[in-house]
Design a binder for this molecule. Structure first.
Ligand code: SF4
Ligand code: SF4
Ligand code: SF4
Length: 314
């Protein structure tokens, strides 16, 4: 009995360290840490070598951008870690801690990218990865623009690149391209054949700035919009807007402030995610906490994370 308990404890510890027990006897999946889903080609080759030597016939790319080595015998753990090179390729983690952040390609080569999501993901990975929350897992995602390919709003904290546009009417030649390209219809052409902007429908995508041939539209602000309290799983939630145009270099500080609130407010509530804690405490509690640190970026008011029904048709 004591041995069984010991074995279970060891498996949990291993899982926390990124070594996950498989169905087969003695076999584990080793989850590798790939912040933002970016990996150099030499490192990819090294991982392929290690997988070929110690693993099964394939590797698995997880939905959160990790490479998972499959069918690793636990007797080979030390050799796998050593051959991967612990410094250059770290193993990921599971459990109640900050997970590896995911990110899209961002602004380096993606034509829609408005911010450097890769830089943000690396910073968060370096400074916050593995931080224990004391309650539940904690996921972060960075999207380069409001298209939100990484589905950031279903993470505990989701960041989306955004631009607030401003118009210099004198520079406008009345071509109408901005109004045509503004999908949410935040721009209409006025009687003077100049654009008329409506704030509410604008999703801060920056398309008007990109399309304007004369530079009449430019950016007044650039940064991240931040949605908090999302999650997936059996009872999914969509995170809601808590901050706008957060400077890219304040993302780590912002996450740390949310973590501080979460650790404190979820005390004694058991295994509870951030979104459910916000629902319980009320979103204004967290908003006030953030407003004291980020007065220029927090929104005036927000709502609790929204429930998504996934068992549709049942
Ligand atoms: S979220 Fe935007 S920047 Fe990122 S991959 Fe999608 S379209 Fe490109
Ligand atoms: S930023 Fe996007 S949504 Fe807003 S006005 Fe420009 S094109 Fe329209
Ligand atoms: S795209 Fe530029 S030039 Fe053309 S209507 Fe819009 S603001 Fe004016």
């Amino acid at each position: 009995m004591a041995d069984e308990k010991q074995t279970k404890l060891d498996l949990n510890n291993l899982k926390a360290g990124g070594f996950i027990k498989e169905r087969g006897k003695d076999l584990f999946t080793v989850r590798l840490r790939v912040p933002g889903g970016r990996m150099s080609v030499p490192r990819l080759k090294k991982i392929a070598e290690v997988a070929e030597k110690f693993g099964g016939e394939f590797v698995h790319l997880s939905v959160r951008q990790s490479i998972e080595l499959i069918n690793i015998n636990f007797r080979d753990f030390d050799a796998v870690v050593e051959e991967l090179g612990e410094k250059s390729q770290k193993v990921a983690s599971c459990g109640a801690r900050v997970r590896v952040p995911v990110a899209c390609g961002g602004c380096e080569y993606n034509p829609n990218g408005l911010v450097d999501t890769q830089k943000s993901a690396l910073e968060v990975d370096e400074k916050l990865f593995g931080t224990p929350t004391g309650h539940h897992k904690f996921k972060v995602a960075f999207a380069g623009c409001p298209f939100d390919c990484p589905k950031s709003a279903t993470n505990d904290i989701g960041f989306q690149g955004a631009i607030y546009p401003t118009l210099d009417k004198d520079a406008c030649i009345g071509c109408g391209l901005c109004a045509k390209s503004c999908v949410p219809k935040a721009i209409a052409m006025g009687e003077d054949n100049k654009p008329v902007f409506s704030n509410d429908p604008c999703i801060w995508c920056g398309d008007c700035v990109k399309v304007c041939p004369t530079g009449a539209w430019s950016e007044a602000k650039r940064g991240y919009t931040v949605r908090i309290g999302g999650k997936w799983g059996r009872n999914p939630l969509v995170g809601t807007l808590f901050a706008t145009f957060l400077p890219e270099d304040r993302a780590v500080e912002f996450i740390a402030a949310v973590l501080e609130w979460y650790k404190q407010k979820a005390e004694g509530l058991g295994r509870i995610r951030l979104g459910d804690t916000i629902i319980k405490e009320g979103p204004e509690e967290l908003l006030n906490h953030l407003r004291s640190r980020f007065p220029e970026n927090t929104v005036a008011e927000t709502i609790a994370p929204q429930i998504i029904a996934t068992q549709i048709g049942k």
